[in-house]
Write a protein that binds this ligand. Structure first.
Ligand code: B4P
Length: 193
């Protein structure tokens, strides 16, 4: 089993590159953003609660997100491995993920962090907001999301660096070139499916 975290600020391309990685390496994709948006669109009790945080650019409480991840791992016992997209976003989530994977006798093997200048992040997300209809892609909320990233999520990189699992990559090339950089790192551990 090979488990990968795709890490980076909002708009760094985690969702975009996850789709490419899933296609090439057949890992099971787990995006907490997608899972939360699905709960919101179905207006489940979890979704109604999560929407309050997401609309303000804030992180959803750890216990909500960790419960969703645990269910998703359990639903895929035969996966070749997982790609965690947008998770963990706090140190508490990182520690909880380690415990969940330990129970399954596996671990995180690699953390790939996409680095993109802040002005590019804002441009990309405002651009997506023009067509996505996402309530968190307005300039005001994007600024809050980036602030929340620096305060709570950036320190998670240090957590994985301490275990020698973190690899930082330039994320401001084209989508194709960024995928090549990611693939080169992944193929040190795993061959295409
Ligand atoms: P997410 O859904 O995870 O999304 P994201 O950070 O906006 O974006 P991502 O990095 O995936 O960017 P993308 O590829 O789409 O989070 C949304 C919200 O959910 C959070 O703010 C939070 O409230 C909540 N949440 C999610 N996970 C949570 C957790 N674990 N704990 C607590 N709360 C959580 O790319 C963005 C745009 O850039 C796209 O338009 C794309 O086409 C473009 N793009 C991508 N790569 C490009 C490139 N190389 N060049 C030019 N454009 C590019």
């Amino acid at each position: 089993m090979f488990n990968l975290i795709l890490f980076g600020p909002p708009g760094s391309g985690k969702g975009t590159q996850s789709a490419n990685i899933v296609q090439a390496y057949h890992l099971q994709h787990i995006s907490t953003g997608d899972l939360l948006r699905s709960e919101v669109s179905r207006q489940t009790p979890l979704g109604v609660d999560a929407q309050k945080y997401m609309d303000q650019g804030l992180l959803v409480p750890d216990e909500v997100v960790i419960g969703m991840i645990s269910n998703k791992i359990d639903e895929n016992p035969d996966a070749r491995g997982f790609i965690f997209d947008g998770f963990p976003r706090t140190r508490g989530q990182a520690e909880a993920l380690d415990k969940l994977l330990e129970l399954k006798k596996t671990q995180i093997h690699l953390v790939l962090a996409l680095e993109v200048p802040e002005e590019d992040l804002i441009k990309r997300l405002v651009g997506r907001g023009a067509t996505s209809g996402r309530s968190d892609d307005t300039e005001e909320v994007i600024t809050k999301r980036i602030k929340e990233y620096h305060a709570k999520t950036e320190p998670v990189a240090g957590y994985y660096h301490a275990f020698g699992k973190l690899q930082r990559l330039k994320g401001d090339n084209t989508i194709e070139d960024t995928f090549k950089l990611l693939s080169a790192e992944i193929e040190k551990h795993l061959q295409p499916a």
